[in-house]
Design a protein around this ligand. Structure first.
Ligand code: ADP
Ligand code: MG
Length: 692
């Protein structure tokens, strides 16, 4: 029971049946038809073991209206006792018109006394495991239902009109009567189902509204953009102008930063939409106000690339940028850490792990998390804790010397110890609207819905692996024209080692097939410095072809690359394919993405490749991904394998979701105790996850 999460009475009460058996009536044997699922009762007239093709127990049953043969291929001696001649038995199973007349193979059966009453309600069948017998679980649930606290917690007017009280709904779903609409029970549109789904969605919305309210009580440094400050200076030096969408999101972020409450904003924008510069602009606002910023990336390659770009943009403006990754050790690292601790380094770029572990900031005001979808719940919670802990303790001296060009911060109300940094998360994997409403209600979302001008859409082609030689020829042509190419090797989930073998073999194959072309290899097992050297050669254009594992998945930006080949594309997830494809199409040259697959394709594999070939739009891809995988899996990392919604279905129940969303804030404000009790009933300890 513990394994199934059935600890409290309420857990058992909310452990709802998969389906129901109708044991409320007994069908005369004479009325049985081939294919019926039926319950009969009769007296055993014959019971014998026969050896035909194999040993079997044959039992003949009669109820006066006809005869039925029961056949058991597996049986115990005790079964023979229960089914001995002259016993009265109640049997349930599927009727087959067999060679020897009507029969049931392996029916459920039990001996009964002549006046044993029939149940008046349908019998529930619960989800269970092999070690937990259905009969035991039924009893446990039945007794828990008597004790479970199912009293109505919600004040009148909250529950949508026409839905039953909770206790009634729960009892109905465990023990519906024969008159209930079976179809409605099955497809979960029955009012009793609706009530449970509503309560569940409401709990989720309340938890989010609660998180929101808690955050509103927190204080953060209010950062006002300065005219002629770093932001303006950066904008003036950029080699491009911001798109309208970029300007809009920069304004949204700046407004948040100017408020004395911590920002909690997700910046979503398709691959290549230009999120990095938006992050840099947000950082300039914070730095202008005298606060430090941290920019975290999921991989060293990406961190290094961000570092390069930010140094190029910000160093000329007098900003010291520090870089911290796992592979940076020793004295250099100590120097960096000291610069961060003193406040001399205003911007710190690094991998999450590093920044979370041992960096002490003098005055961290803004944390930017790039590619946040790559991180699971645990990591996000850890980051949140770290950010809270990362603030200066009371009385700690401020950075002695503000860097050149940076205004000294005003003394903040309430003292530095009570301030939280602002948080900006960035992702190229957009969250579909229903999921955003449901799981990310405590998150403000900004969207870059426009690509920088001058990009030619990527053409995606899907080929069977047999076309490999033609693809290699294509690489040759591309390189002849001065372009660069990525070749991504298959992902073998169980084994990093096999990944590596594949990548190494492909590297050798392509080196042999393309004489005179510098072919590089990049994979996760290489040292940071080795990776950096390879990336440097590729970025500079000297290296024409880069064979890589998915280490290049996120963020890598080499605009001259115009062809991406993904081998065994069927093994990648849709979001990942889209991310990979986003490595090309970053310049003005027309780019191509070739998806090689090896047959046979699974149905989902086919659907994924089709989606890739049909659209370049990250939002559409995310929508299809949700269709193909369902929200449970889509949100997998977030929930750490534990589906937060058991009953409601976001796609099917959007009306209920909207209603829950509408009533949650009022309920929390006017009936806080009822609201908290409701959240506890439904989410227990899981509420924490919703805040990650
Ligand atoms: P992503 O949103 O995928 O992180 P990047 O920030 O890496 O995208 O930007 C992709 C490329 O587009 C970079 O080379 C960047 O310098 C460039 N870029 C960003 N904004 C613009 C713009 N407004 N006009 C032209 N190029 C831009
Ligand atoms: Mg990026």
């Amino acid at each position: 029971m513990r394994k199934l999460g059935l600890l409290r009475d309420i857990d058992l009460a909310l452990h709802l049946p998969l389906r129901h058996l109708d044991e409320t009536r007994i069908v005369p044997i004479g009325n049985l038809r081939d294919g019926d699922m039926a319950q009969v009762q009769g007296t055993v007239t014959e019971c014998r073991v026969e050896i035909r093709s194999r040993r079997q127990l044959l039992v003949r049953l009669s109820d006066g209206s006809g005869e039925l043969l029961l056949r058991f291929l597996n049986f115990y001696p005790s079964n023979q006792k229960t089914l001995a001649v002259d016993k009265l038995v109640r049997v349930r199973g599927e009727v087959r018109g067999g060679f020897l007349g009507r029969e049931m193979v392996h029916p459920e059966f039990r001996a009964v006394a002549p006046d044993t009453p029939l149940p008046t309600a349908l019998t529930p069948v619960y989800p269970t495991s092999a070690q937990l017998p259905q009969a035991y679980l039924r009893k446990a649930v039945a007794s828990a239902l008597g004790r479970a606290p199912l009293a109505e917690l919600l004040p009148p007017g909250v529950v949508p009109h026409g839905l039953p009280p909770l206790r009634e709904a729960v009892l109905k779903l465990h023990h519906p009567s024969r008159d209930d609409d079976e179809q409605q029970l099955q497809d979960r549109s029955h009012p009793a189902w609706q009530r449970l789904k509503f309560d569940e969605l409401l709990a989720q919305q309340l938890a989010q509204a609660q998180a929101h309210a808690t955050r509103a009580l927190l204080a953060a440094p209010a950062m006002k953009a300065r005219p002629q400050g770093l932001s303006d200076q950066l904008l003036a030096t950029l080699p491009f102008v911001l798109t309208a969408a970029q300007q809009r999101v920069v304004a949204e972020i700046s407004t948040d930063l100017a408020r004395p409450q911590p920002m909690h904003r997700l910046l979503q924008g398709d691959v290549g939409s230009g999120k990095t510069v938006v992050a840099a602009l947000a950082a300039t606002v914070a730095m202008d106000a005298g606060w430090q910023c941290a920019l975290m990336a999921p991989t060293e390659i990406l961190a290094e690339q961000h570092f390069g770009k930010l140094v190029q943009w910000l160093q000329p403006l007098g900003i010291t940028v520090a870089w911290l990754t796992g592979s940076r050790k020793g004295k250099q690292r100590d120097t960096m850490l000291a610069q961060v601790a003193s406040g001399q380094a205003m911007l710190v770029v690094g991998t999450h792990a590093v920044i979370q572990r041992d960096v002490v900031f003098a005055r961290l005001g803004l944390a930017v998390v790039d590619e946040q979808h790559r991180f699971g719940v645990a990591q996000r919670l850890a980051l949140r804790d770290k950010l809270q802990a990362g603030l200066p303790p009371p009385g700690r001296p401020k950075a002695a010397e503000p860097p050149r060009g940076v205004a000294q911060a005003q003394p903040e109300p309430g003292g530095a110890s009570s301030l939280e940094p602002h948080l900006l998360m960035m992702s190229a994997t957009p969250i579909p609207r229903t999921l955003a409403m449901s799981y990310f209600a405590d998150l403000d979302v900004s969207t870059i819905d426009e690509l920088p001008p001058g990009r030619t859409p990527i053409v995606t082609k899907v080929f069977a692996d047999g076309k490999r030689d033609a693809v290699i020829q294509r690489i040759h042509d591309e390189v002849q024209q001065g372009r660069q190419v990525y070749w991504v090797c298959p992902l073998v989930e169980e084994s990093e080692h096999i990944d590596l073998q594949n990548a190494t073999a492909t590297h050798a194959e392509l080196t042999a097939a393309l004489p005179g072309v510098l072919v590089g290899l990049l994979h996760g097992r290489m040292k940071g410095s080795e990776k950096a050297a390879v990336m440097q050669l590729f970025s500079s254009g000297e290296m024409k072809l880069l064979v890589a594992t998915t280490v290049i998945e996120v963020g890598v930006d080499v605009p001259n690359a115009s062809l991406m080949v993904i081998e065994h594309a069927e093994r990648f997830g849709l979001a990942q394919l889209h991310q990979l494809r986003g490595r090309v199409g970053r310049g003005a040259v027309a780019s191509v993405c070739v998806l090689l697959y090896s047959a046979p394709l699974s149905a989902t594999g086919k659907a994924r490749l089709k989606a890739m070939a049909e659209t370049n739009d990250g939002f559409e891809i995310a929508r299809r991904d949700l269709d193909i995988r369902g929200p449970g899996e889509f949100m997998g990392a977030r929930q750490s394998g534990d589906a937060l919604l058991r009953f409601a279905d976001l796609a099917q129940d959007s009306t209920l979701l909207q209603h829950a969303r509408a009533v949650a804030p009022g309920l929390l404000a006017q009936h806080p105790e009822a609201a908290l009790a409701h959240v506890d009933r439904w989410l227990g300890g899981k509420a924490e996850y919703l805040k990650a």
